[in-house]
Ligand binder design. Structure first.
Ligand code: 5AD
Ligand code: SF4
Length: 452
């Protein structure tokens, strides 16, 4: 299906919260609406359609959505007063979780759609345009949306995301994902390879495979390791990454692939959540701290320069000071290159939300600060360790200062260098000259790449 011939007559603005999969989904919603004449608008002012692509994972997600909707209502009213119509849609995981509640609280919303129904968006928009009242689609349809979505239309740039797996069957005690994204589903090998080839032909040098449980991908025998090997055969695809993984699904073949496939970058986001076996059991993680440490050891044996990233939750119900100390111990034992850490946030409908022994907010704050100080120190040490080394950087765009361009190291660190814009989209060796808390500064290694 192509969309290039459709005349753009309407303006669409998408606001995206949350994970990389939502970023990918927002692009796909724009693709599916392009044949109806919708083209991207920079802002919501005067737009013919605004989509809020929402995230429900933490915090008061629904409240954020309602306050944004309140602001958009004024723009919708202004458009109506001028004789036009703004269609307001709420998509993503808050839409899936709250469904009709959204329309009950914000009756001016026209469309509410869950993540598995994006391919039906044109029909929903048509229905919303024809009649008053909201269109709500939050069931999990029998058909696979990927069979109905058009090919990605926008040029991906040097780095691209590709969703290969969605949903989760793990049911960690704290997490809404199994309820909002549904059961684990994998896209078939052929479909993924075809999309990857299109992305590379359009200029992508790096592809990040996305899935809530990406290493549980089972779209072909051999699992994710097989998919990675097949992707490595695509000419021009220099870098492969995948996120997010569950420790239980790191199989032998995938560990071996880290050693065998040079295109697979030496950086792995592998959430552990806690270092206490008691808390890990309460979280229903189905692995222990020792299991995780063993896994890290095996991964580093396969790929000695592998850097690790993780997710942590502090203050899960029942977490004691001793449990939290065990988390700090695990962090010290692994040494993370970077990590995300969060205060436990009760999500309605999840088992942990109803558990007794909720941890006091002040205690969660104190633990989060202690954990983040340790993680920051580890990240700083990892970055400092890079100074003086020569590393390959995939340049992706302009830098912060004139004459600079920016890109990513193999370990996903942002790198800035004084270099010509002609290097954007290419990989070049640079010498790291300084480490900042969240990025690296570098100089080009080869004279011919230096600016004139
Ligand atoms: N509270 C805090 N953090 C959470 N996460 C998921 N659910 C919650 C919650 N209820 C974190 C986990 C997960 C990351 C994406 O978000 O660490 O790995
Ligand atoms: Fe949520 Fe656990 Fe599934 Fe990750 S593995 S999406 S944390 S339920």
């Amino acid at each position: 299906m192509t969309t290039g011939t459709t005349k753009a007559t309407k303006r669409l603005h998408v606001i995206t919260w949350g994970c990389q999969m939502n970023v990918y989904d927002s692009a796909r919603m724009q693709d599916v609406l392009a044949p109806l004449g919708y083209a991207a608008a920079d802002g919501p002012e005067g737009a013919d359609m605004v989509i809020l692509n929402t995230c429900h994972i933490r915090d008061k997600a629904a409240e954020k959505v309602f306050s944004e909707l309140g602001r958009l209502r004024a723009l919708k009213d202004a458009k109506a007063a001028a004789g036009g119509r703004m269609i307001l849609a709420v998509a993503g995981c808050v839409a899936q979780a709250e469904g009709a509640e959204i329309v009950a609280r914000a009756p001016y919303v026209d469309v509410v759609l869950g993540p598995q129904t994006y391919h039906r968006l044109p029909e929903m928009v048509a229905r919303a345009s024809r009649a008053a009242g909201a269109v709500i689609e939050t069931e999990f349809p029998a058909e696979d949306k990927f069979d109905f979505l058009p090919d990605q239309s926008a040029a991906p740039g040097p780095t691209a995301f590709l969703t290969v797996q969605e949903g989760c069957d793990k049911f960690c005690s704290f997490c809404v994902v199994p309820y909002t994204r549904g059961a684990e589903q994998s896209r078939p090998l052929g479909a993924v390879l075809a999309e990857a080839r299109r992305l590379v032909a359009a200029g992508a040098r790096e592809i990040t495979l996305l899935g809530q449980n990406v290493n549980a991908w089972h779209g072909a025998p051999g699992g994710l390791a097989e998919l990675i090997k097949q992707l490595a055969g695509i000419n021009g695809l220099a870098r492969i990454r995948y996120t997010t993984s569950h420790p239980r699904d790191m199989d032998d073949a995938l560990i071996a692939a880290h050693g065998d496939v040079p295109q697979l970058m030496p950086f792995l986001h592998l959430p552990v959540q806690s270092g206490s076996d008691r808390v890990l059991a309460a979280m229903n993680r189905r692995h222990t701290a020792a299991d995780y440490l063993r896994l890290v050891e095996r991964l580093r044996a396969a790929r000695p320069d592998l850097a690790l990233s993780s997710d942590f939750i502090v203050g899960h119900p029942g977490e004691t000071a001793a449990d939290f100390a065990a988390t700090l111990d695990l962090v010290r034992a692994v040494g993370f290159a970077q990590a995300y850490s969060f205060k436990y946030s009760p999500r309605p409908g999840t088992p942990a939300a109803a558990a007794p022994s909720q941890v006091a907010e002040a205690e969660k704050d104190a633990r989060l600060q202690a954990l983040q100080a340790l993680l920051r120190a580890q990240q700083g040490a990892f970055n400092a360790d890079c100074v003086g080394r020569t590393v390959d950087v995939l340049f992706t765009g302009p830098g912060r200062h004139p004459g600079q361009i920016a890109g990513r190291s193999p370990w996903l660190q942002p790198v800035h260098a004084a270099a010509p814009a002609t290097l954007i989209g290419r990989i070049a060796p640079v010498k790291i000259v300084a480490a900042n808390p969240n990025s690296l500064s570098a100089t080009l290694v080869h004279e011919e790449h230096l600016p004139a």
